[in-house]
Design a protein around this ligand. Structure first.
Ligand code: F6P
Length: 254
């Protein structure tokens, strides 16, 4: 029975790799209470990071509850790693526990590495961004971020993320009417994978992702299936970590 389950999972992983066009999909077994799936995804991602991280690496992370699970599932390295962790975008509008800054610091501590933070709010006026990025500590973090060689990020539904970011109700309506289904690091995607809106923030741009040698995306939950389809593609990511139930949902939508 166990062998059959493993076979089913690797079959699903292959199907999803083909459908999304990305190199690797890793699935968490769906046979756990649904509330535990996020923690399982976090654990799988944390193990991947701990296995793959090398001295000299610069790791960029985003925020969210899934990334918070990644950080909390990580164990303390027995040997400190010469690794730098940075948040991928500014964005202080969410609860502190799930902000990219908090997650970057926790992961750095677990790895025995160092971190640099970005104390910048989301949705800053364009003209202020210019000045803020000239601030020495922010400038320094942004310079390090530009050299990131690993990125791990989350994906959310457009509706959830717009609300979490405090968008006004009529703006959310317009965004959804325009076709937004998914969100990742401030970019809203339609079901064709096109970007239809982005929040002004400082940090990584989608173009930067192509230069990062390993981009890992972590997201699960059937309600995120469409969002994952919209934001995940060979253009941006190399590895998707999700769960079996979400995988089946994605396949059913394709
Ligand atoms: O706000 C940061 C962020 O990484 C978003 O870009 C993403 O859509 C969201 O968090 C995912 O959050 P969660 O893992 O809580 O669904």
């Amino acid at each position: 029975e166990y062998i059959k389950e493993l076979r089913d999972i690797s079959y699903l992983e292959n199907r999803l790799e083909k459908i999304l066009g990305i190199e690797t999909v890793n699935l968490v077994n769906g046979a756990v209470p649904s509330g535990d799936l996020k923690a399982e995804i976090g654990r799988m991602a944390s193990q991947l990071l701990q296995r793959e991280i090398r001295n000299g690496d610069i790791l960029a992370v985003t925020g969210g509850t899934t990334l918070a699970e990644v950080a909390s599932e990580m164990t303390y390295s027995t040997e400190p790693k010469d690794v730098t962790v940075v948040p991928g975008r500014g964005g202080l509008s969410e609860d502190v526990e799930i902000q990219a800054n908090t997650i970057a610091a926790e992961i750095a501590k677990k790895l025995g590495g160092s971190y640099h933070l970005l104390h910048i709010p989301d949705n800053m006026a364009e003209e202020n961004i210019y000045h803020v990025t000239k601030e020495p500590t922010i400038k320094r973090t942004l310079e390090i971020l530009k050299q990131a060689n690993i990125l791990i990020h989350g994906v959310g539904t457009a509706a959830d993320m717009a609300a979490r970011r405090g968008m006004k109700e009529n703006e959310i309506k317009d965004l959804l009417k325009a076709g937004a289904v998914g969100e990742a690091f401030g970019f809203y995607f339609n079901s064709e994978g096109e970007i239809i809106y982005s929040t002004t923030s400082v940090g990584l741009n989608l173009n930067d992702l192509q230069a990062i040698s390993k981009v890992i995306v972590v997201a699960g939950g059937e309600n995120k299936a469409e969002a994952i389809i919209s934001a995940v593609s060979s253009k941006y990511q190399d590895i998707l970590i999700t769960d079996e139930i979400t995988a089946r949902k994605i396949i059913s939508l394709k």
